[in-house]
Write a protein that binds this ligand. Structure first.
Ligand code: CTP
Ligand code: MG
Length: 233
């Protein structure tokens, strides 16, 4: 019987898990901490793998192989050593994919454990037209400029969006953009890196479930908290 070749993976994934998680104040870097039954990074890896990502590269802190392997269980991933900044971690992971030369890549924060497949579909669709696509949400609160503890001005929230990950790119374009980045200042995210190199970035609708675990209170799982009893009058 003829062997049908497996369909080629639709996209590679880079998951950055090389931070220290200082603001989260967990006993281990937050991406390796437990969250709803498994580690935060494992949630992120499984979400992208289930959506068809391959290969999946995870950037981890230097010397953290054992804790990372423990946190990832049997997940099929490649580990690379990240850098001092998020951008350096992304660059290291992108470079490690050079031989694979995937056509598309998603770059995702390990600290975002939930990733709806609907967002990935929107991102990949947008890449048919632009070299980059990112999930964003509207700003609902009004915004001010601050100088220390004093209000120094305001900003028009209608022009602004909250940016999430995963961010999606044509691999050759984001790799070239990272190589071109001058190094300073540190880029906030990869969409900035692509845009600085002249690449257009499409905005697609994000999802509140993509929220990043950042502070210690984010690790208090409110889904485990029963609703308060009804008030009797
Ligand atoms: N990250 C990384 N390499 C770094 C810094 C950050 O791979 N040198 C990753 C983090 O592991 C995280 C993501 O980038 O998944 C987003 O960064 P952030 O939420 O700021 O995480 P940390 O830098 O680890 O946390 P903190 O800033 O509180 O120390
Ligand atoms: Mg940080």
């Amino acid at each position: 019987m003829p062997v049908t070749p497996a369909p080629s993976p639709r996209f590679a994934a880079v998951i950055v898990a090389a931070g220290k998680g200082l603001r989260a104040r967990q006993s281990v870097p937050k991406q390796f901490a437990p969250w709803r039954g498994k580690s935060v990074v494992r949630h992120a890896v499984e979400a992208l793998s289930a959506a068809g990502a391959g290969p999946v590269v995870v950037a981890i802190p230097e010397g953290a192989d054992d804790i990372a392997r423990g946190a990832l269980g049997g997940c099929a991933v490649r580990l690379v050593t990240g850098g001092m900044t998020r951008q350096e971690s992304v660059s290291a992971a992108l470079e490690s994919l050079a031989d694979d030369a995937p056509s598309l890549v998603l770059v995702h924060d390990a600290a975002r454990p939930d990733c709806p497949a609907t967002v990935i579909d929107r991102l990949l669709t947008a890449l048919q037209f632009d070299p980059g696509a990112i999930p964003v949400l509207p700003v609902v609160d009004s915004l001010v400029r601050a100088e220390g503890e004093r209000m120094a001005g305001s900003a028009r929230r209608e022009e602004l969006r909250r940016v999430q990950t995963p961010q999606a790119f044509r691999y050759a374009d984001i790799l070239a953009a990272h190589r071109d980045w001058p190094g300073e200042p540190d880029a906030g995210d990869d969409a900035q890196v692509l845009r600085a190199a002249g690449g257009e970035v499409a905005l697609v609708t994000g999802d509140e479930r993509l929220a990043k675990l950042t502070f210690a209170e984010d690790f208090v799982d409110r889904t485990d908290t029963p609703p308060p009893p009804p008030v009797r009058v």
